[in-house]
Design a protein around this ligand. Structure first.
Ligand code: FMN
Length: 209
């Protein structure tokens, strides 16, 4: 075997289970806030795992755009991830906040957000990103990059003012039934706190690292 270089040694502050509070979704928000303050690069980039109906997993990065009753991300409703979510509406995400030696994981049901919610976010996007969302047939085979360039130009001409949100683009909300906070500590003696939803409340417990 040829081993890759040794990574950073984790030596974060102890993770106090009580300091996480009773609501893990609020705690995710606080960890994100702390990550922005600590200038963690792109802290809202999260790996999103989905699975086919037959249970074969796939994973990719999406941006976490809202933390409310769940974790919201935006994508193309014709993409591979969307096809998997429509057939099997369960997903899992992981955020790595490397410079804080932290990881957040969550898993649960994934639902489409409302059209009004997708509109609300779409209008905040830069024009280029709006046109790209409209132009893309995400995850389908592209014969030639020029097709994408031409479609962008066509849409730019068609919509000189406002770009309407295309119906094939919008958000999903992952409603966590499990959330885990991982704090890297010296000598791999990491702290892990798991929250599991029971009805309207959350139970928390420590996990071995
Ligand atoms: C940093 C980063 C952020 C990304 N954010 C998104 C996103 O918010 N939404 C999205 O659809 N794809 C995003 N992508 C692209 C996806 O990782 C992926 O390539 C694309 O969504 C197609 O995935 P699928 O074929 O599994 O559906 C991002 C990629 C990176 C590297």
């Amino acid at each position: 075997m040829h081993f890759l270089p040794t990574g950073p040694s984790y030596n974060g502050a102890p993770l106090d289970r009580d300091a996480l509070g009773d609501d893990p979704i609020e705690a995710v928000r606080r960890w994100l806030d702390e990550a922005y303050v600590a200038q963690v690069p792109q802290p809202n980039a999260m790996s999103l795992a989905t699975a086919s109906e037959g249970g074969r997993p796939s994973v990719r990065t999406v941006l976490l755009k809202s933390i409310d009753s769940g974790l919201v991300f935006f994508t193309n409703y014709g993409s591979m991830k969307a096809a998997e979510l429509e057939a099997n509406p369960w997903g899992a995400v992981s955020l790595t906040l490397l410079t804080l030696h932290r990881q957040v994981r969550a898993a649960g049901r994934v639902e489409r957000i409302t059209a009004a919610e997708s509109d609300e976010y779409f209008i905040t996007r830069p024009r280029g990103a709006q046109l790209a969302a409209a132009a893309s047939s995400q995850s389908r085979v592209l014969g030639d990059r020029q097709e994408l360039v031409d479609r962008m130009a066509q849409l730019d001409d068609s919509y000189p003012d406002v770009v309407p949100r295309p119906p094939h683009w919008g958000g999903y909300r992952l409603l966590p039934s499990r959330v885990e906070f991982w704090q890297g500590r010296l000598d791999r003696m990491h702290d892990r706190v798991e929250f599991v939803r029971h009805g309207d409340t959350w139970l928390s417990r420590l996990l071995w690292p």
